[in-house]
Design a protein around this ligand. Sequence first.
Ligand code: ATP
Length: 453
Amino acid sequence: MADNTEAVTMDKIVSLCRRRGFVFPSSEIYGGLGSTYDYGHYGVLMKNNIRGRWFRTMVQERDDMVALDSAVILNPKVWEASGHVAGFSDPLIDCRTCKLRFRADRLEDAHCGKRPSKRPGETPDCDLTEARQFNLMFETQVGAMEDGSSAAYLRPETAQGIFINFKNVMQLARRKPPFGIAQTGKSFRNEITPGNFLFRVREFEQMEMEYFVPPDEASHWYEYWLEQRFQWYLDLGLRRDMLRIREHDPEERSHYSSGTSDIEYLYPIGWQELEGVANRGDFDLTQHTTHSGTKLEWVGQDGERYTPHVIEPAVSIERIFVAMMVDAYDEEVVADRDRTVLRLHPQIAPIKAAILPLVAKNEEMVSKARALQGELRHRHMVEYDDGGQIGRRYRRQDEIGTPWAFTIDDQTLEDDTVTVRERDTLAQERLPLSGVRSWLEDALERPWVSPKS
Ligand code: ATP
């Protein structure tokens, strides 16, 4: 088998996502809306799997975690208290010649609108403005009045919805630090330069967890969560050498943070932040206590009281989606034929198994295949396919990352066994039809290592 792993470019990922209906440009019939995307069938399934796997690890398998789903539009005072109204901004530069906008702190990654081989400011025609601060929050109006009093924001992060519910959750869920509140949901940022496919978009789904701890335990829990989150990516099969931890310098950190690290992935655009893990101190709870007048603190039975410190792992499904696609994408030549295969972790793959009657016109095969589909689909996303030659059907499934295919063939009609074909090794074995369901369930829980490692 020839290996072609070096050639994974963002263009190849974008093209596969589009071709197989994972993700396509939004509002396409109206000319699109720059860097906005819609998810098709397989994209939705894969996103659900990423979210589900996060929720399982962060909430379901722990005793110290509760879930929350807060509103997208909060009282605007939340964003004054959090510092977003005053400071959630990036420095913006306009070019009067090419009319493009750039982030002043990312000019080295930007391209001049007239001469893309040059950076903005590098050609004599470039006419850049001074940098000015541009707030990234989307503003909107609540209710029918369009005056300033009804101004509100679409949340730029899910975290603040957690902090303002700290008291509710602590009382109702009877929690004592250390404990965490986890939430997933859409966030919105009016990014100056969105791009690189889903890596930087204006509307994305965050998965954030705020872990409230006694102040003197904060550094311990910061290290703990950094380790846990890094391991999560390894468990989901991302290659070790494509991941690293980068600690922020003190001048890069928010003023209130005593430690921040990025878990970075080697995207086709270089090492970039996949997930951030921050030790936020007591900044958020203190700010909301001051601005709301509600004390957000822990009070023990013996009168002990303190404002918990907070450790926050924060990531978006989009950045995980791109990292997993890049890690999984593979092209190889098998028996003189090209095959594109997504070597996704089986728990992340959109479809867990394909069910293929070898001969579509054979009624007996079709009926056995349909019966197997009926049995499996209650618990797993499976796909029945009887269109075209078997080789072509296998390749269609390889391209969307389906880890196993069950083929119903002549022998099935004789002895009620099926062929299982493995996506990664192409190995085939026979199984009794009656054992397929439990075989699949076991296979899905088995540790999986990328064959690209
Ligand atoms: P960056 O420096 O790349 O703009 P950030 O440091 O502002 O990111 P955070 O505010 O820490 O990002 O957001 C937490 C997480 O949310 C990030 O680690 C990333 O996974 C995700 N995220 C942030 N902005 C975007 C975006 N525009 N598109 C997709 N995901 C994003």
